[in-house]
Design a protein around this ligand. Structure first.
Ligand SMILES: [Zn+2]
Length: 589
């Protein structure tokens, strides 16, 4: 289930007119039944951006951007679906039926407050850097040196030191004229039970955490002494400018290199990051201890679609690492894993063995899905049905989350090969599981509409413009008719929605589809003429299936005949009969 009740989303969509929303950003002119204007997602001189207010979608014929009103806000405001819902609710003056997630909405709206909090963090970062350079920072400097970090790296990462006093930072900030209440809100000061307000970070190495634009928004503080009390790592709390789940440590430093080399290394902690960064082996980002969140994955997706995971090797394939990998796979990333030696993380590995060896390991990283197959297969005896079933079950849940159909089929074939199961069986199982998959909201490239059969386009067009007839036509089809079609996911989803009110079908469909498939649908729906009547399309798809089956039977006949017709006479006769039946059906159709 999503964050919001479906009923709420449906109501909100009805109340918030896509035309009004888009017009806040893009001037539109009427063009017959639809409206058009200059596309906000690519630069152009003649308008190819269309809005269909009646059907509730937009589409650009130039860059293929398309979707419903939520998708428009997601793309235009560069936010995830929940934030698009919140923004739309705010525009429509509708209250949201959910608890806020700790980041204050008031603060979010209050640009002034955020501006001030950023200034506070800027001053604090400078203060911590000064303390590190001061005589009292000698031990902290030594610790960083012992960790193998150079003065240059320390400066580039903006590392600092918070001395043991209770009011070092406090007095600096108060002197600058910041109000105490605001400083408590910034998370840099805390109010104790006795009412006293003191520095949060004491006797700690300070790591500034930045937004991808480079402004400091929070800090991580590492203990100087194991017995000083408090956690090993103490982080800033969530504030109006800092949300842990939406921040990737190190992205501001690595993003130019990520764009250049086309991938990012994902590590766990601040000092893993520091070490990889210093080694210049590859651009890195850190998730900071916990499993990657959807928002972090989406943030990263703006820069690359390829990730090399370099966590603690014992942890790879389980816990936080596995959850991160699964999420990345589901979001359409290409994921590799680096396996280091037992007990080593990137920090200790590079310190002991040097950056060249780490580079070697990066080059030798393996695709996560292959790694997973080996892990799951280890210790299983595929001679036993139970083992094969167990293996298949585990792999299916992973496979079902791969958003790209071609990549999914490829993985299915590997599973089949490994467990010695027929490929078709595995593919069919995966498809079944994939239908339930939650649709992802990341931006992906649009597959060519040319891959769609004319009849698929006809059905998809009708789903939006003539839902009632389209649903009737879909009901004529069986699951097998949709097999191996480029538009299979769209049509299968539409079949699952046919019980709902027919007039809500277009919007229900668009909202649930992945970005890529929503774009595909709007690109077809935006053409003015129906490609073909839905029922004729359904019949054409059925006929195509029979022809596929006939071809498969013919291949099997050829194969058996090659092996010797005498030996397989009965089988071949039975296949001929099947083929004749099919031919008859095809002719009748
Ligand atoms: Zn465009």
């Amino acid at each position: 289930m999503g964050l919001f009740p479906q009923q709420f989303i449906d109501d909100l969509r009805l109340q918030a007119n896509i035309l009004q929303v888009v017009q806040e950003y893009v001037p539109l002119k009427r063009a017959g039944r639809t409206f058009k204007g200059l596309c906000p997602f690519h630069s152009e001189k003649t308008p190819s951006f269309h809005v269909d207010p009646e059907k509730g979608f937009f589409h650009c014929f130039g860059c293929n951007a398309g979707g419903d009103v939520f998708k428009f806000l997601e793309l235009h405001e560069k936010v995830a679906f929940p934030d698009a819902v919140r923004m739309l609710a705010q525009k429509a003056g509708v209250s949201i039926p959910e608890e806020t997630d700790g980041t204050s909405d008031d603060g979010r709206r209050d640009a002034q407050l955020r501006e001030t909090l950023l200034k506070v963090h800027e001053v604090a970062a400078a203060h911590f850097r000064e303390q590190l350079a001061a005589p009292s920072g000698a031990r902290a400097r030594q610790q960083l040196k012992d960790r193998g970090l150079t003065a240059q790296t320390i400066e580039q990462l903006g590392l600092g030191f918070a001395p043991g006093s209770y009011d070092g930072l406090k007095s600096t900030l108060l002197k600058q004229g910041f109000a105490q209440g605001l400083l408590i809100q910034s998370g840099l000061l805390v109010q104790r039970d006795n009412g006293e307000v003191v520095d949060r970070f004491r006797n700690r190495l300070m790591v500034p955490i930045c937004r991808d634009t480079g402004s400091v928004i929070a800090f991580g503080g590492r203990q100087m002494d194991p017995d000083q009390g408090g956690p090993k790592y103490l982080n800033s709390p969530e504030t109006p400018i800092y949300s842990k789940s939406r921040t990737l440590y190190g992205l501001s430093l690595s993003k130019p290199a990520i764009r250049k080399v086309g991938f990012a290394v994902l590590v766990e902690g601040y000092f893993d990051f520091a070490q990889v960064y210093q080694s210049q082996a590859a651009p890195a980002v850190a998730s900071c201890g916990t499993a990657l969140t959807l928002q972090q994955a989406q943030l990263l997706r703006r820069f690359t679609a390829r990730v090399v995971l370099s966590y603690d090797p014992d942890a790879a394939g389980e816990g936080a690492a596995a959850r991160s990998c699964d999420l990345l796979v589901a979001e359409g990333f290409e994921v590799n894993v680096v396996v280091l030696d037992r007990g080593e993380d990137p920090d200790t590995f590079i310190r002991k063995k040097g950056s060249e060896r780490y580079r070697e390991r990066l080059r030798g990283s393996r695709p996560y899905l292959e790694y997973l197959l080996d892990q799951a297969a280890a210790g299983l005896d595929f001679g036993h049905d139970d083992s094969r079933r167990q293996f298949l079950g585990r792999m299916l849940t992973v496979a079902a989350r791969i958003p790209d159909a071609a990549a999914r089929d490829q993985f299915a074939d590997r599973i089949a090969h490994k467990a010695r199961i027929t490929e078709d069986v595995v593919r069919a199982e995966i498809r079944k599981a994939a239908v339930d998959r939650r649709t992802a909201v990341t931006t992906r490239e649009l597959p060519a509409t040319g891959q769609l059969k004319h009849a698929e386009k006809g059905l998809i067009w009708s789903l939006i413009h003539n839902s009632k007839e389209a649903v009737e036509a879909l009901n004529e089809l069986d699951v097998e008719d949709l097999e191996s079609l480029a538009g299979r996911e769209i049509l299968e989803l539409a079949r699952t929605l046919h019980d709902g009110p027919v007039d809500l079908l277009p919007s229900a469909l668009l909202q649930r589809l992945s970005t890529v498939n929503a774009q595909l649908v709007t690109s077809i729906a935006a053409t003015s003429d129906p490609p073909a009547p839905p029922l004729a399309c359904a019949h054409a798809l059925k006929r195509l299936r029979w022809e596929r089956e006939r071809a498969a039977i013919q291949r099997e006949i050829d194969r058996l005949q090659e092996q010797g017709a005498g030996q397989h006479g009965k089988e071949i006769d039975a296949l001929w009969q099947k083929k004749k039946d099919l031919l008859h059906r095809i002719e009748q159709a």
